[in-house]
Design a protein around this ligand. Sequence first.
Ligand code: FES
Length: 353
Amino acid sequence: MSNFHTLTIKEITKITSDSVSITFEVPKILQKDFKFKEGQYITLKETINNENVQRAYSIWKAPYENELAVLVKKVENGVFSTYANDSLKSGDTLDVMSPQGNFVPSLSENNSNHYTLFAAGSGITPIFSILKQILNTEFQSTVDLFYVNKTQESAAFINKIEDFKNNNSPRLKVYTLYTKESSEDSNFEGRINKEKLELMKQLGVLNVNSHEFYLCGPEQMIMDSKDYLISQGAKESKVKFELFTASSSGKEVEIEADFAEAKIHIVIDDDDFEYTFNMSKSDNILEEGINQGLDLPYSCKGGVCCTCRAKVLEGSAKMKINYALTEGEVEDGYILTCQSVPTSSSIKVSFDD
Ligand code: FES
C-alpha cells in the first residue's frame, strides 16, 4: 500500500485567481517513495477544523523535471481547496501519500506516435505532465492539445504551455477554446462536445487516427468525446480518461445479496481487523471500515481516483462504479473499496497487496 509521509511545502504560488501550485520538498530518504509517472496524482491529508480531510491532486510537473508539484483549484465549499488557497504557506507541512494512478502513457524513445490530449479547466494538470513527458521522451512523436477554459485569465499554465509550444514547434500544436470569451476564430468558442469535435475534424485540426487520446475534465466532456472518437474508429482502449469527479448519472451497478450481514476481514499495514457489514444499512466496505474506526486510505469516494484500492483475498465483492481500475486489475481481484459491497457472507480484503 502507498503510505503517507509528512512533507514540507517548498513553494506555494498563485497560478490563477482561484488556484495555487504547491511544490513539496522531498528529502533524499523519501525520493524512491515519491518517484512518479506522468499523469499520476498524490493524496494530501490534513486535519482542518477538527475534521480529517483527504484529497487527491494531480501532479503537473513531468518526471524529468524532478519536482513534486500539484495544482489545487478552489472549489465552492471545498474544505481542503479553500485551506490550500487561503491559508497554506511555504514551510508548512502536509501528510502526502506516495504517487498513484493509471492515467499514464507507455512511452519509449523509439516510438514515433501522434497523441491527442484534451483538458478542461484544472484537468490540464495531469495532461500537462503527460504532454511534457511525451515530448521529452519520444523525440519523433507529435502532440495536439485541446485546452478549454472559461476565459484566458482562468486558464492555468497558459503561458507555460505557450512557451513549451514555442520550444517544441512544430511537434506540439495547441488549440485553446473559451466558453465565456470570444476568440479571434469563433470556431474555437464553446465547450467540447460531439458537434465541436466534428467541426475540429472538418477544420483538419483533430486527428481521429491518433495513436492514443488522453482526456481530463468533467464527465460530460469525457463521455461525449469518448463516444465521438470511438464512432470515428478509435479503439476504446486507446481513449484514456481521468474524471474530476463521478456524477450520479445512475450508472451504478445494482448489487443484491441473499444474506443480511457479511463478515469483513481487513488487512492493512500487516494488521488484521474484522467487522460486520450490514447489507441493508452499510453503503460500502470503505465507509463501514472508517465508521468502525479503521484508518483506511481514500480520497474522492466516488470511484474515480483509486486511492481506496484493495485486493480481495477471500470471498467476493462487487463495485457499484469503477472509473479507476483497469480490466487487468479487476481480473487480478482488486476493488475500489469506496464502491464495493460484499457478495459473499465472508470476505478478506487487503490494502497491503
Ligand atoms: S476513494 Fe477514490 S476511488 Fe475510492
